[in-house]
Design a protein around this ligand. Sequence first.
Ligand code: NAG
Ligand code: NAG
Ligand code: NAG
Ligand code: NAG
Ligand code: NAG
Length: 212
Amino acid sequence: MFSIRLASILVLVSAALATPLSAKRQPWDQDLINLYVRDANVSLNNYAGLQSMSGFDNFRGSGNFDGSQNAQVTVIEEQQTVCHTEQIEIIQQKLVVLQEIAKRIITEQICEVETQTIVLEQFSSGLTVFQKDISRTTTKQVGYDKNVAGLVGNLTNSDGSLSTSDLGFNGTSVGSNTVVPSGSNWNNTQGPEAVQKALSAAQAAANATSAS
Ligand SMILES: *[C@@H]1O[C@H](CO)[C@@H](O)[C@H](O)[C@H]1NC(C)=O
Ligand SMILES: *[C@@H]1O[C@H](CO)[C@@H](O)[C@H](O)[C@H]1NC(C)=O
Ligand SMILES: *[C@@H]1O[C@H](CO)[C@@H](O)[C@H](O)[C@H]1NC(C)=O
Ligand SMILES: *[C@@H]1O[C@H](CO)[C@@H](O)[C@H](O)[C@H]1NC(C)=O
Ligand SMILES: *[C@@H]1O[C@H](CO)[C@@H](O)[C@H](O)[C@H]1NC(C)=O
């Protein structure tokens, strides 16, 4: 259903599972850390003997807990998506809806605290990877998978209850239809410092809240 609008597809396999180390990375970089993690081959399948953890690794693959090893394929749209600034409250509302939906899924569709803990950590680690994309310290472009994002309406049934259907994709394929909106104020001169300062300011605010 998307192909009509696609002029072409540019295959940018930027962090494929098959390429553990890319030449231009600095020695301390994430790829090295990922390589160690992958070598450790940490499996959470059947964690603590829990049936609810059966097949956990199949989704993103062993050694790909946060999805950072997924290949990214960028979709070139006929009409390029451009960012435009919206009132901050509108943004915050939407993100909190996603947060509360995540809580609902985790508490209604999982009964074991161990599994709740592990999937929540996987959810938040995926967002941590996105923060690294935003700071341009990964090989990924900053965008979203339009096919997966397009399934937002499939999370609930028409009566408002949570859907139980298979949405037809696995975690390895997330990123294979990535839209990269243009118009960001990032540039290589000011960007890194600007992101770092903003991150510190946000973390200081978060720390001040947690401490009280
Ligand atoms: C790595 O994990 C996979 C899947 O759990 C398993 O099949 C494989 O034997 C493991 N490899 C090593 C070297 O431990
Ligand atoms: C994930 O889906 C892709 C595309 O459908 C498929 O090629 C791949 O084998 C799947 N991976 C797993 C671990 O099921
Ligand atoms: C998602 O919902 C739409 C609209 O109801 C439906 O056409 C589509 O098949 C659903 N997709 C999946 C993967 O369940
Ligand atoms: C980089 O972006 C900043 C604002 O984000 C701007 O002030 C600056 O002129 C830009 N520098 C270059 C070289 O484009
Ligand atoms: C916030 O707290 C964390 C953990 O205690 C610490 O590592 C970090 O430096 C703090 N950041 C700021 C900006 O205060």
